[in-house]
Write a protein that binds this ligand. Structure first.
Ligand SMILES: [Mg+2]
Length: 301
């Protein structure tokens, strides 16, 4: 087991986005080789440090890499029947879903031209046989650590650092995707824009620490009802949150979206009382059940 970066975002993120494992032992290496003996040798080397999956051909490797549980790193043979390792690497680096998976070639081909070709195709390393086991283990570990950091950076760039829900950047990207899909398929989509009334007075009265705590509680409460994988809650501005509910019409947005009823409920149960006046988040419904149309833009404002 190797100590790795542990961050609060891993512990508390309320999102239903896939959460990256934060230890190397939870990470997955895909070994791709047409020779079962070679697979066994490599698997024995790394099986105590990572989850190991195997593929004996290029097609299967591409299928696994683009699947629901993609590997974090790929050890790739070059010479295989069907699609060879170079072509597998080229396709992996071409596809947005798999471009971020580091590829290490491990091959008996040890001409400098072969190595140059592999690295030019986007592989992070090229290991020639015969290899020293300790060197292979060390190289895999080094590249895996970089992958962990790269995943963390990507998560940070998409998350609101206070509440851990999606940030505006991720929301904008998801809205553009959902909008385009709704246009193509003729669906409605629902946006629910919510803000917290009297939040400035709340901050002024209780202090910014309590205000931050209130925002986190509100974010958790608003996120809880969003059950479908495509639903997204984002922090839209200071005390504004927005929910994106793809393929949902207006009634569905008001009910299925699970937003707290306007003026009612106690969505966050925050200590939101200002001079004995309740200060519950008031969800303001705007643009529920939008039917995207050509020429209409996706600005929720
Ligand atoms: Mg081979």
């Amino acid at each position: 087991m190797h100590p790795e970066v542990k961050t609060p975002i891993m512990q508390t993120m309320p999102s239903r986005e896939p959460i990256m494992p934060d230890t190397l032992a939870q990470r997955t290496v895909l070994i791709v080789d047409d020779q079962p003996d070679s697979i066994q040798v490599l698997a024995r080397l790394i099986k105590d440090d990572y989850r190991v999956r195997v593929a004996t051909g290029g097609e299967k490797a591409l299928e696994i890499a683009a699947g629901e549980d993609p590997p974090d790193l790929i050890l790739l043979d070059v010479e295989m029947p069907g699609i060879d390792g170079y072509e597998v690497c080229r396709r992996l680096k071409f596809h947005p879903r798999t471009v971020g998976i580091p590829v290490l070639f491990i091959t008996a081909r040890n001409d400098p031209e072969d190595e140059e070709r592999g690295l030019t195709l986007g592989a992070v390393d090229y290991i020639s046989k015969p290899f020293r086991p300790a060197v292979v283990r060390a190289r895999v570990r080094n590249h895996m650590r970089l992958k962990v950091k790269s995943d963390l950076l990507e998560q940070y760039s998409m998350r609101d650092s206070l509440t851990n829900v999606a940030n505006r950047r991720l929301f904008d990207a998801r809205l553009a995707e959902a909008w385009a899909r709704a246009l193509r398929e003729g669906h409605d989509l629902t946006l629910i824009l919510m803000d917290i009334d009297h939040f400035k007075q709340y901050n002024d009265h209780y202090g910014h620490g309590a205000g931050d705590d209130c925002l986190c509680r509100v974010a958790r409460a608003l996120h809880t009802p969003l059950q479908r994988p495509g639903d997204l809650l984002a922090r839209y501005g200071g005390e504004e949150f927005i929910a994106l509910l793809p393929e949902t019409d207006a009634p569905g947005g008001a009910e299925g979206g699970g937003a707290p009823a306007p003026g009612g409920g106690d969505p966050a149960d925050p200590p939101c009382h200002l001079r004995s006046r309740p200060c519950h988040p008031q969800p303001g419904l705007r643009n529920p059940g939008i039917r995207p149309a050509p020429g209409r833009n996706a600005d929720p404002g």
